[in-house]
Design a protein around this ligand. Structure first.
Ligand code: AMP
Length: 284
């Protein structure tokens, strides 16, 4: 694996790869890598010839300083994992490399997402998606991949980036990869590193409840009842829910009653102790 810290060195290398007709696959991450990230890299290895992973904890997408400071950083372990999985390139830029003008002067993206960035995560993490859009656009400009691999774990983020690519006519294909889970169902997340084993066991209720919600939905239960049951289940084990919404799969807008053929997804954000966790499950 080749490690680059400088964008221009990375670009020189990738220009050469493209000349050799190699398609570039790109997996942006914030590090503290786990099997979820590695599944994206494996998918890239199946579908492209050169896989580039980046590790960059993007300060502009954190709406709480505390969350940014506590975000796990384990670069030596990440490098070991990436070597093991056979990733071709790791890009680990310093903050100045991505934000030469400093992070205080973040230009807002002026693409119109028709409210997609305001719902769910957007409502609870003001400014979060502006930061995500900004960093992903910059990273895509630097890397210039043919394919971009993103996890469905961050489903709203995937939809927003897909829309940004469409609106800006960026020459990249986005690929959604399924959520990788622990044995107990807990969605893998870098933030899981901040929980002890008891908290992780408790956190497994987030997905267990989603599966119950899916069953109830398929049996024809109403949204209010499903929501109440879900929230009660979490509260019983001490998980503090932030939101639980059953929304349409494409725009994440609230839906009324089930309609045949309409795709529907349940999205949830919760707090387990001081750790914020999100998850989702397609219901229909
Ligand atoms: P992050 O490092 O959390 O910013 O995530 C980097 C990429 O990995 C994003 O596209 C995430 O959606 C994806 N990802 C994170 N956790 C998982 C998971 N458990 N399963 C699949 N993809 C994931």
């Amino acid at each position: 694996m080749i490690l680059f810290k400088s964008s221009s060195d990375l670009q020189t290398f990738l220009t050469n790869e493209r000349r050799k007709n190699k398609k570039i696959g790109y997996i942006p991450t914030m590090g503290a890598l786990h099997h979820g990230h590695l599944s994206l890299i494996r998918r890239s290895q199946e579908e492209t010839q050169t896989s580039v992973c980046s590790i960059f904890v993007n300060p502009t997408q954190f709406n709480e300083l505390n969350d940014l400071e506590k975000y796990p950083r384990v670069p030596a372990k990440d490098i070991e994992l990436l070597e093991k999985v056979g990733c071709d390139v790791l890009f680990m830029p310093a903050i100045e490399e991505i934000y030469p003008e400093g992070i205080g002067h973040v230009a807002k993206s002026n693409i119109d997402l028709q409210g997609l960035d305001q719902r769910l995560e957007g409502a609870f993490r003001p400014g979060h998606f502006q930061g995500v859009l900004q960093v992903v656009e910059r990273l895509l400009n630097i890397v210039g991949p043919g394919k971009l691999f993103m996890g469905q774990k961050d489903f709203q983020q995937f939809l927003i980036i897909r829309e940004m690519i469409r609106l800006l006519h960026l020459p990249v294909e986005i690929v959604a990869c399924p959520i990788v889970r622990e044995k107990n169902g807990l969605a893998m997340s870098s933030r899981n590193l901040r929980m002890d084993s008891d908290e992780k066991a408790i956190a497994s209720q987030i997905f267990k409840g989603l599966k119950k919600a899916k069953k109830a939905w398929q049996a024809g239960a109403g949204i209010e009842l499903i929501r109440d049951q879900y929230l009660q289940r979490l509260e019983k084990v001490g998980i503090r829910p932030e939101y639980f919404e059953i929304v349409d799969y494409h725009l994440l807008q609230p839906i009324g009653q089930p309609e045949p053929g309409k795709q529907v997804i349940a999205c949830v954000a919760t707090w387990v102790g001081s750790v914020r966790l999100i998850d989702n499950l397609q219901l229909q």
